[in-house]
Design a protein around this ligand. Sequence first.
Ligand SMILES: Cc1ncc(COP(=O)(O)O)c(C=O)c1O
Length: 448
Amino acid sequence: MALMHHLSTSISSSSSAFLGQNAFNSRTQKVSVPVKNRGIPRCVATPPTEKTVYKTKVSRNENMAKLQAGYLFPEVARRRAAHLLKYPDAQVISLGIGDTTEPIPEVITAAMEKRSHALSTLEGYSGYGAEQGEKQLRAAIASTFYRDLGIAEDDIFVSDGAKCDISRLQVLFGSRVTMAVQDPSYPAYVDSSVIMGQTGQFQKDEEKYGKIEYMKCTPENGFFPDLSTVARTDVIFFCSPNNPTGAAATREQLTRLVQFAKDNGSIIVYDSAYALYMSDDNPRSIFEIPGAKEIAIETSSFSKYAGFTGVRLGWTVVPKELLFSDGFPIAKDFNRIVCTCFNGASNIPQAGGLACLSPEGLKAMYGVIDFYKENTNIIMDTFTSLGFNVYGGKNAPYVWVHFLVEARGMCSVRFLRRPTWLLLLAAVLDLAVKVLLGLVPLVTGAMS
Ligand SMILES: Cc1ncc(COP(=O)(O)O)c(C=O)c1O
């Protein structure tokens, strides 16, 4: 009897060279992939070495030792590279990091070019800047994303990306706090929590870390946790629109979340890295919810709006109203962390960020977002027409597909050992369909 696995698969339209214009064009090109049988590869063992290795007297950080394998995305990239080394002709669809593929609009790169050249002049040169970011950019972020929400320029900390800020926030909180996270979620929240020492050991049977409150988000609960079953924690990481499910929380749901945090005296770290992908009228910022300034921090990024994944620019909002239990302003401690552990975002990307928020830059940014949204629609329509249950997509570049896969007989598919979901971060439609049907080789990592 064939073994059937229930899987939900997240496909990001923003993520793949396969969906970029320069490789396979999902809109115009049909791609067919021959499946090659290249025989059974031979493994050659490395001979044991006699040499005694020198060891320091420094013991390994026990929290690092708790981490399972590598961070998800480098691990997926490593497996893909290893597979390609063995099978150079294999057509592999990357299930790895949700990277961007579209070029950065010229109105934005021109500003970075100008700033870069100015650094070669006496008048234009600048060294260390303000650790919190340039005043003009902080003001532009406040007026573009938080207009009428009571967020001021000095509540904003410009950074080298949301992921870096997530780790700096963990340093701010320290090792004694407890944390909750959506399940599934972007892996940086859990891994940074493990590294800080906030968690217990990894429980192999459950595939979860001890002391983390995993908030189940499934189609059954509309991808919003049943808060009546969620234990109190100090910090709640919440991402909307969500990577990887593509679900965006409604105003009513976020109002409940804010009330839940307030009742428990918790802090929400709200990740809005995909807010501009929203088509519905859902909140784009947690600060749209009354009272959120007293319980929330928001982190966001230019990465998925302007193709800044390599340029690196993001920001975090820490409102003055947010206080620790002893009344000390959290922003003051975050400022201390930023000044100590970071010296502020690079000045060239900051010039790019400012250009993003000019009228022409905003128009160009929305053009890039529309391109990815069109890909998302193609993926959604295709999977829907194939009879799959499809979620997300409308408010995020992530499409969450539920499907049944026959595990036995999938020749070269490295399959998951348990019902879970795959992070399918790339897809030419033809290829994606073939992968789902088990017709092409696939190397992947599982997220839990
Ligand atoms: C939900 C979420 N937050 C943060 C990030 C990281 O953003 P950045 O490139 O600004 O570090 C990503 C990247 O994929 C993400 O999906």
